[in-house]
Design a protein around this ligand. Structure first.
Ligand code: ADP
Ligand code: ADP
Length: 233
């Protein structure tokens, strides 16, 4: 069974000139451990869709089921708690806090979750940094790290609360090709080890070519879905 199911998602905004429709009936599903790319021209609605799949934003119409639960029916405060415990986020520009070390950045999401002592948080953050190959730089402030290193730390941070799914908006967008490939290899090794689902918005044909599935968006609709048969799920 899919862990995430989008059902007839519409999203629109009210503007001075009327109702602007961005997503126009998106239905799709994601399985545990899948790496799925969302591609499409600028303005086709990729970021808007990621925001809805990540429960940062609610659809105008339609439903989002995560583990069978309709999250569009949760109150804003319950949704925030839900998001913090189930969903990790990775960004094009890493978005690490520059005054904190790698270790502190990875511990940060754990502070808002229940049930761990400070010592356990620190241990888990170190384990995650080891998993992404950044343990020896754990005390570095993030601006002292290269782009690829910052993205590794950001991925470790996204995994802090053992999410079901990591949502990544252009994760290789600021990286050179080689570094982007290394980040993708990391994502696949994490998927294999942790069975985390990754949903990536990307313009990068390389990212799409190695993903298990590619969803092509055009003008707020799914234009085409390509299953890459050589996938590793
Ligand atoms: P993509 O990520 O594919 O480039 P986006 O989802 O960012 O596409 O944007 C799709 C369209 O939605 C764009 O035309 C953008 O200007 C518009 N849009 C996004 N957010 C808002 C908003 N809060 N209010 C009005 N229009 C928006
Ligand atoms: P178009 O103008 O692109 O030909 P329509 O305006 O006829 O399409 O809308 C197509 C369908 O999508 C209609 O059934 C409409 O009710 C539905 N729809 C459009 N926008 C939304 C929205 N924001 N929320 C829910 N349903 C919507």
């Amino acid at each position: 069974a899919p862990i995430i199911q989008a059902h007839g998602i519409f999203k629109g905004y009210e503007t001075e000139t009327g109702h602007l429709r961005i997503l126009k009936g998106i239905s799709t599903a994601f399985r545990t451990g899948e790496v799925v790319s969302i591609m499409g021209p600028s303005g086709s609605g990729k970021s808007t869709l990621l925001g809805i799949l990540g429960t940062l934003d609610l659809p105008t119409a339609g439903h989002l089921f995560i583990q069978g639960q309709d999250v569009t029916r949760l109150s804003e405060s319950r949704l925030a708690g839900y998001r913090a415990s189930k969903i990790g986020f990775v960004f094009q520009s890493y978005n690490l806090i520059s005054t904190m070390t790698a270790l502190e950045n990875v511990m940060l999401p754990m502070l808002s979750a229940e049930g761990k002592t400070r010592r356990q948080m620190r241990q888990r953050a170190m384990d995650l940094l080891e998993l992404v190959g950044m343990k020896e730089r754990m005390h570095h402030l993030s601006p002292r790290l290269s782009g690829g290193q910052q993205q590794r730390v950001a991925i470790a941070r996204a995994l802090a609360n053992e999410p079901l799914v990591v949502i990544a908006d252009e994760p290789t967008g600021n990286l050179d090709r080689k570094t982007g490939e290394v980040i993708l290899e990391l994502i696949f090794s994490l998927r294999d080890r942790l069975r985390t689902t990754f949903i990536l918005a990307t313009h990068d044909p390389y990212v799409a070519s190695v993903s298990d599935r590619v969803i092509h968006l055009s003008d707020g609709k799914i234009e085409q879905v390509v299953e890459n048969r050589v996938n590793r799920t």
